[in-house]
Design a binder for this molecule. Structure first.
Ligand SMILES: Cc1cc2nc3c(=O)[nH]c(=O)nc-3n(C[C@H](O)[C@H](O)[C@H](O)COP(=O)(O)OP(=O)(O)OC[C@H]3O[C@@H](n4cnc5c(N)ncnc54)[C@H](O)[C@@H]3O)c2cc1C
Ligand code: SF4
Length: 444
């Protein structure tokens, strides 16, 4: 049972969604940084997709050089602040920290990272001198972690960059998807403002690139085009009852929540269908919004769920109940609204869930949230001549993030099919380096 009251104000919402990685005080940062062993050949660096020199920035924090530490971080990762808060650090840098082999808690690398970069953002410290225009223009489609990182990197060599973003604000799923107890909207958008002021790219908001004409105009006016459009909406389950009122996609629910906070009213009983990280987020968030009962239903066993264990633990801590080896057969309705879900029990045979005959049961509920993966933006991508897609609808790229149409580069979820913010940042940055090479700008 969830113990959260429905938040009726912004203050109550913030309380229910208090930060799981709150910012460190100066004393905490000093103490925590003093524990680092500054390992030779540090495993934490290797575990970070952006390869931040972690022992160096921790040493800089320890010698009270926080801005120097922030520069070390931003040199490798343009989303330094956000990644400190949203990265699954226990699976990446902190999971690799040498202390994990002992009984001692690993260094809190993520919180130290946000501590240092937070100082740079709040003091608006500029680290990079952007050179004069080199006369070449690059278009970026999508202002998510991949697109923004690509733009920052290109600006460092004097490229003019125009970003076209469908939504009204930047950062992609960092502000529209990630759970609000990991990062607040204000924090995510402050870092975006900081980057834009420093790197001086232009963002055209509420501008979806969609039609053949949009694509033609970009091709005529820009030397190269980067695609960082992420994924699409929640995929359909293709079962009866999906069209009922009060059946939502997890991505849509989470986005609505991030934008509207306490104005959303979540009912008494919610069933979340899925076993991935997004399912865990949607369930946790429903509980924190005051639903008294939240059930997470997954068609395979607990051990087979794709979500990280810490994400499941976060959901359980707020009262979410997991039921495993159950597959939804039909969403049941009454007067056009959801009334429950008809499930059948499953067992895993040769790696595949198989239904157990005669084991059907009904679980009543007021809402169903489908966390059944995100679709791909195939319709749009097929409008671009010569771009090949993989069988699963992701964009096919070579080792340099170049697509089969040489003018186009791509990275982030649209290529990977869905990873983490830090991967989109790393790959968006590397794609920019490849664009520089393609356009003949020498990389030092
Ligand atoms: C619910 C949820 C929770 C998550 N939680 C975490 C987490 O805790 N930690 C973590 O590290 N990762 C998390 N992720 C994953 C992470 O958010 C993504 O891997 C990352 O944001 C991908 O970056 P991107 O730039 O490729 O795409 P996105 O962040 O999706 O950004 C794409 C941008 O392109 C825009 N766009 C799309 N199509 C067009 C178009 N045609 N024209 C113009 N603009 C367009 C979109 O509006 C969007 O702003 C989560 C994902 C989801 C769905
Ligand atoms: S592995 Fe741990 S102790 Fe070693 S440098 Fe990295 S953070 Fe410090």
């Amino acid at each position: 049972m969830s113990e959260f009251k429905r938040p009726a104000s912004e203050a109550a919402f913030s309380e229910n969604f208090s930060q799981i990685k709150p910012l460190m005080s100066q004393t905490e940062a000093y103490y925590e940084s003093s524990r680092c062993l500054f390992c030779y050949d540090a495993p934490c660096i290797k575990a970070c997709p952006t390869g931040i020199d972690i022992p160096l920035f921790i040493r800089q924090i320890n010698s009270k050089n926080e801005l120097g530490a922030a520069k070390t971080i931003y040199n490798s990762n343009y989303f330094g602040y956000a990644c400190g808060k949203v990265c699954p650090t226990s699976e990446l840098c902190e999971g690799a920290c040498v202390y994990t082999n002992t009984d001692v808690k690993p260094i809190e690398i993520g919180r130290l990272q946000s501590f240092a970069t937070g100082k740079a953002i709040s003091s608006n410290k500029k680290f990079y001198a952007i050179p004069k225009s080199n006369g070449m223009k690059v278009a970026v489609i999508g202002a998510g972690p991949a697109g923004i990182s690509c733009a920052c990197e290109l600006r460092q060599d004097g490229f003019e960059v125009d970003i076209f973003e469908a939504k009204e604000n930047p950062s992609g799923l960092t502000v529209h998807g990630v759970a609000p107890y990991k990062i607040t909207n204000e924090e995510a958008l402050d870092e975006m403002e900081y980057l834009q002021k420093q790197f001086g790219y232009t963002v055209h908001y509420s501008k979806t690139i969609d039609s053949g004409n949009d694509i033609r105009l970009l091709e005529e006016n820009y030397a190269a085009i980067f695609i960082g459009i992420g994924l699409g909406g929640t995929s359909d389950l293709k079962i009866k009852g999906e069209e009922l009122e009060n059946v939502f996609g997890a991505v849509e629910f989470v986005q609505h929540l991030r934008m509207n906070h306490h104005k959303i009213v979540v009912p008494e009983k919610v069933i979340v269908l899925g076993g991935g990280n997004t399912a865990m987020d949607a369930a946790s968030e429903s509980a924190r919004m005051g639903a008294s009962e939240v059930i997470l239903a997954y068609r395979r066993s607990k051990e087979e769920k794709p979500a990280y264990e810490f994400e499941y633990d976060l959901a359980k801590e707020v009262g979410v109940k997991g039921i495993f080896n159950v597959a939804p057969m039909e969403i049941l309705g009454k007067d056009g609204k959801v009334a429950g879900v008809k499930f059948i029990r499953t067992e895993t045979i040769n790696g595949k869930p198989s239904s157990i005959e005669g084991s059907e049961f009904i679980e009543d509920c007021d809402w169903v949230i489908k966390a059944t993966g995100q679709s791909k933006q195939i319709g749009f991508l097929e409008r671009i001549e010569g771009i090949q897609l993989n069988a699963n609808g992701t964009i096919a790229v070579n080792d340099h993030f170049q697509t089969s149409n040489k003018k186009y580069f791509a990275a982030g979820d649209a290529v990977s099919g869905g990873e983490e913010v830090v991967n989109a940042v790393a790959n968006g940055t590397n794609a920019a380096i490849a664009i520089k090479n393609y356009l003949g700008v020498r990389i030092p």
